[in-house]
Design a protein around this ligand. Structure first.
Ligand code: F6R
Length: 243
């Protein structure tokens, strides 16, 4: 596991954008895995700026998002579908038919999960997966538990995640209680993984992740078994109060 410690959020976002841009330069028809939440917003802003300057071309890129609330309308500004359009897809030239986000509107989520796995495989797997990390160590919506599901599945959000994500909704009651998420194997099958973390509230979990142990109660620690993970974090996430 490599770690790149950046001065602040802006530097972290720029460093991540450079890695994504290199991936697209090396393999223009690459498959990218995207995350949502507050952490990658700066990365998406940088990618849009690079695209605007003619530095990257998304015309052959395929994307898969990690997760989506369930159930949720795509028109809901808090849906990850809406988030991705707003922050990235409406601003770069990625073809809409190449974009994949779990369908929060489906009436048959189990079928959606099976298909999602199949489509990832039929595209040759994910070349570069971007991850954020929950304060409780979740990746995607793989919440702390004794057993973790390996493939894309429907999951219940933990109270800690509902609390953390209520900041995006008018009230906690409006946070959907379920989500469709890639499973831990879906994530670990990605060829490269880049995990972003910013802010003091992520310090404890980053420390645990760097402890080189695997513990399903901190799902991100499973990344320790992967051969190509880069953590890009800011000084607050890395040093916490010792900054
Ligand atoms: C989002 C996702 C989540 C977030 C995590 C951190 O697609 O998969 O695991 O990455 O909840 O969220 P933020 O970045 O808002 O702290």
């Amino acid at each position: 596991m490599r770690i790149i410690v950046c001065k602040n959020y802006e530097d972290m976002s720029r460093a991540a954008a450079k890695l994504v841009a290199s991936q697209i330069t090396l393999k223009p028809d690459c498959v990218l895995g995207f995350a949502t939440g507050s952490t990658p917003i700066g990365l998406y802003k940088e990618l849009c700026a690079m695209y605007g300057r003619g530095e990257i071309d998304f015309s052959a890129v395929t994307s898969f998002n990690l997760d989506e609330y369930y159930p949720i309308r795509k028109s809901n500004p808090e849906s990850y579908d809406y988030f991705m359009k707003d922050n990235l897809f409406s601003k770069v030239n990625i073809p809409s038919e190449n974009i994949h986000i779990p369908d929060g509107e489906t009436e048959v989520p189990e079928i959606e999960c099976l298909n999602y796995e199949k489509v990832i495989e039929s595209c040759g797997g994910i070349d570069l997966q971007i991850l954020g990390i929950g304060v409780n160590g979740h990746i995607g919506f793989n919440e702390p538990d004794i057993n973790l599901s390996t493939k894309t599945h429907v999951t219940e959000l933990s109270q800690s995640t509902i609390d953390a994500n209520s900041r995006f909704f008018d009230s906690e009651d409006e946070v959907p209680r379920k989500a469709i998420t890639m499973g831990v194997s879906t994530i670990l099958k990605s060829k490269k993984i880049v995990l972003l973390a910013s802010g003091k509230n992520k310090h404890a979990v980053i420390k645990e992740l760097l402890d080189e142990k695997v513990n399903t109660n901190v799902p991100a620690t499973l990344l320790n078994v992967h051969r190509d993970v880069t953590i890009i974090c800011d000084e607050e996430a890395y040093y916490g109060d010792d900054i």
